[in-house]
Design a protein around this ligand. Structure first.
Ligand code: ARG
Length: 266
């Protein structure tokens, strides 16, 4: 597959300025210096160990969640499908993300304006299928549009637990035929869809799901994961992965960890 490119955004203006998921509380602020150190450690691992090529988006004052580039939209072979955020608090990010993709020469393909869609936070690939989460953030009716634009099959998965509000908080592609996931975050039918379409499944425990174990960044046979996810780390190593852990506590205060801070560009 060669070297994959990702988009990240430094945490210069990151903070907990509003509450749009159960993890966020304005009374539990992120420490700016710790956040900066954690983001830089993640950056170094992704670049140095996973060998990813990292493009940077300039941070902007007043957009504290811009660091979560996974929610910019969805990218596939030069096409960018922009997000439409459910919460007004994040909508100011859209023109910034869009501007970056326009400048980089991507073809912009928008979904119907009346529907919510939160990008790669809710759409992940396993093998030949796109898996897409809905209900808490993205609308299920965006899935058909995504499938048409990208000419791919999209399997819809209903999310049921507000703590696991994006697909990438409870589902982590590992290989063409494998994914880690936290079954209780899905409705029973979604669990059956996963069982039917993902041959090798790793179930994550409640404790590790709460530590964002499923929000790992995986590239080829290498993974970066939040600290305190010992079981998943051991399982992945047993499957032949190299695994690095890094503390992302300051970002979990906003409801995000490693994968949320990354958008795959190819
Ligand atoms: N505070 C952000 C929100 O609630 C966190 C986004 C995390 N991103 C992700 N891909 N899960 O929208």
């Amino acid at each position: 597959m060669g070297t994959r490119r990702i988009l990240m955004c430094p945490p210069d203006y990151y903070g907990i300025e509003y509450e749009i998921n159960p993890w966020m509380s304005r009374s539990r602020q992120a420490d700016p210096e710790a956040a900066r150190r954690q983001w830089e450690s993640l950056f170094d691992l992704l670049q140095g160990r996973l060998g990813l090529r990292i493009s940077l988006l300039a941070p902007m004052k007043g957009l504290p969640d811009l660091v979560f580039t996974a929610n910019a939209g969805l990218v596939r072979r030069g096409t960018f499908i922009p997000s439409h955020f459910r919460h007004p608090e994040r909508r100011g990010e859209s023109p910034v993300f869009r501007g970056w993709f326009e400048e980089e020469g991507y073809e912009i393909r928008s979904l119907p304006r009346n529907l919510y869609f939160e990008g790669e936070g809710d759409v992940l690939r396993v093998g030949g299928d796109l898996f897409a989460g809905y209900r808490i953030r993205s609308d299920i009716r965006t899935h058909a549009g995504v499938g048409e634009i990208l000419e791919e099959r999209v399997l819809s998965l209903e999310l049921t637990d507000p703590r696991f509000y994006h697909l990438d908080t409870c589902f982590c592609p590992l290989a063409e035929d494998a994914a880690a996931y936290y079954p209780p975050a899905f409705d029973p039918y979604a669990r059956r869809v996963i069982e039917a379409h993902v041959p090798r499944r790793v179930e994550v425990s409640p404790e590790e799901a709460m530590r964002f174990a499923c929000n790992a960044v995986v590239a080829e046979r290498k993974a970066v994961i939040n600290t305190g996810c010992e079981n998943l780390k051991t399982t992945l190593r047993g499957m032949g992965y190299e695994v690095w852990e890094t503390d992302l506590s300051e970002f979990i205060k906003a409801g995000g960890a490693a994968k949320c801070l990354v958008l795959f560009l190819d």
